[in-house]
Write a protein that binds this ligand. Structure first.
Ligand code: PLP
Length: 231
């Protein structure tokens, strides 16, 4: 078995162990940013279908190189307006929407004939000034707006905990995201996705109700300084 297949098997076993018979569906998004297409191919061969990328140019080249694979591509980075078209044309999911203007652009550029783009609103749960995302409490208004756009389908919320390594702190931050989604659903806007948890903190996220884990390092290994690029 390839190292990537082994890592995947290990990560999935740990996740089902942590779920302990909880029947919630959890999607594992393998974060392949900086890794070469061949590594994605290996993961795909091992049964992995969802992949996360956060640099538009790198992702565009990689998706093109892997066009023969029926994979689901998730854009998990911060999105600039001038890249919205590239993302709307290539991806199945966008996890980092935090402005109405970006949502409008994504909807407008979603090619007709493709299913609406699945969108999560990013919430700044760590409340670090440098992080993207709307403030807790502002997600509902943006979700309401997204729900009116024909090219988009509001799916839920995405958040990142502070990289403190403190499990209790991570849990309390993830709990903010869970409660935000509960408030949105209580307001009548359906959303089934809590995208939270990475290699370091996925257990805390799962304990707070995550339905999508975005895991890179534990599957593909450490990211190198010289990232893969198509050039
Ligand atoms: C890189 C990245 C991940 C994966 O991080 P790992 O620590 O490698 O698991 C998850 N989410 C986002 C938004 C990322 O940028």
């Amino acid at each position: 078995m390839s190292p990537i297949a082994e890592n995947l098997q290990e990560v999935k076993a740990r996740i089902s162990e942590a779920l302990q018979g909880d029947s919630r569906a959890v999607t594992l998004v393998a974060v392949s940013k900086t890794h070469a297409p061949e590594m994605v191919r290996e993961a795909f061969a091992a049964g992995q279908r969802d992949f996360g990328e956060n640099y538009v140019q790198e992702a565009a080249a990689k998706i093109a190189a892997l066009a023969d694979l029926p994979a689901n591509w998730h854009f998990i980075g911060t999105l600039q307006g001038n890249k919205a078209r590239d993302v709307a044309e290539r991806f199945d999911w966008v996890h980092g929407v935090d402005r109405a203007k970006i949502a409008d652009l994504l909807s407008r550029h979603r090619p007709p004939g493709r299913r609406p783009l699945n969108v999560c609103v990013e919430v700044n749960i760590s409340e670090e000034a440098t992080k993207g995302g709307v403030r807790p409490g502002e997600a509902l208004a943006l979700a309401r707006h997204i729900a009116t756009l024909p090219g988009l389908r509001f799916r839920g919320l995405m958040g990142m905990a502070s990289p403190s390594g403190d499990e209790a702190k991570a849990r309390s931050e993830f709990a903010v995201l869970r409660r935000e989604l509960e408030a949105i659903r209580a307001a009548g806007i359906p959303g089934d996705t809590l995208s939270m948890g990475m290699s370091q903190d996925w257990r805390a996220a799962l304990a707070e109700g995550a339905t999508m884990l975005r895991i890179g390092t534990a599957i593909f290994g450490a990211r190198e300084a010289h990232a893969w690029s198509a050039a």
